[in-house]
Ligand binder design. Structure first.
Ligand SMILES: C[S@@+](CC[C@H](N)C(=O)[O-])C[C@H]1O[C@@H](n2cnc3c(N)ncnc32)[C@H](O)[C@@H]1O
Length: 262
């Protein structure tokens, strides 16, 4: 089964276990990078003064973070536009994620979001038109030269597929301390291929002079298996392996039980 077909964050129906209720870390990341995104979109607006401004958020997911970045970006442009006494502009907002994403919850929240946004900005705000774009960002998503500003937070470290050559990494779900060099290289190669394709596609979709702000998980250490980032996956793999061995134990027990009795 392709990653693209099955990967999705838990939708709002999952309640306490939904992404919306478990994405504080990602929300903090958006706040930390806010000054960078605001400066980039402000420079873009003030250098071209477009009358129609297209903003895309890639890997938007579903929850409070989805519209948080977009609202900050629109407010920044509006702040400059009003200060410079320019006419209201039209915003087109393209929200992208994989097809399994809970787009319905986003769409339902839009009327309230727009009302609040217009109240917070005040004055004469132009139309804000939202579109959901289901699909992988490791492929084309938008028409050529149609997007002014691309934002993506905490999404690009998801690879497009499980790298080839992980045969020596049995019982693990990511890199671990004892991973052979070949396994480390396989992940590196997959990331390089994916990121190159991502940049190629966005290069075709951005208007001339357009901008992107991409935030992805990284690490300070040279060691790809350092505890800075992948230790959590090592622990998860241990837990999964334990669960699997318990299932085997019970299956064995149940199969052998009648034989013991007779
Ligand atoms: C951890 S969430 C981050 C969501 C949101 N940007 C935030 O900051 O809270 C990562 C999102 O990236 C999406 N994603 C992963 N791979 C993707 C791909 N190839 N194309 C589009 N979205 C993808 C996932 O479905 C998920 O919703």
């Amino acid at each position: 089964m392709e990653v693209i077909q099955v990967l999705h964050m838990n939708g709002s129906g999952a309640g306490d276990f939904s992404y919306a209720n478990n994405s504080l870390l990602q929300s903090k990341v958006i706040s930390m990078t806010r000054p960078i995104a605001e400066e980039a979109i402000n420079n873009l607006y003030c250098s071209t003064f477009p009358t129609s401004f297209t903003i895309a958020d890639l890997g938007c997911s579903s929850g409070p973070n989805t519209l948080m970045a977009v609202s900050q970006l629109i407010k920044t442009v509006e702040n400059s536009r009003q200060k410079l006494n320019k006419k209201p502009i039209e915003y087109q907002v393209l929200l992208n994620d994989l097809p399994g994403n809970d787009f319905n919850t986003i769409f339902k929240s839009l009327p309230n979001f727009l009302e609040n946004l217009k109240m917070e900005i005040g004055g004469d705000v132009g139309p804000c038109l939202f579109t959901g774009v289901p699909g992988s960002f490791y492929g084309r998503l938008f028409p050529s030269k149609s997007v002014h500003f691309i934002h993506s937070s905490y999404s690009l470290h998801w690879l497009s597929k499980v790298p080839q050559g992980l045969e020596e990494s049995k019982r693990n779900i990511y890199l671990v301390n004892a991973s052979p060099k070949r396994v480390v290289k396989a992940y590196y190669k997959q990331f390089q291929e994916d990121f190159e394709l991502f940049l190629k596609c966005r290069g075709e979709e951005l208007v001339k002079g357009g901008s992107m702000v991409l935030t992805l998980l990284g690490r300070r250490s040279q060691d790809p298996t350092s505890k800075e980032c992948c230790y959590i996956w090592e622990l998860l793999a241990l837990a999964l392996n334990d669960m699997v061995s318990q299932v085997f134990f019970f299956q064995n027990y149940i199969i052998n039980f009648p034989k013991i009795c007779c």
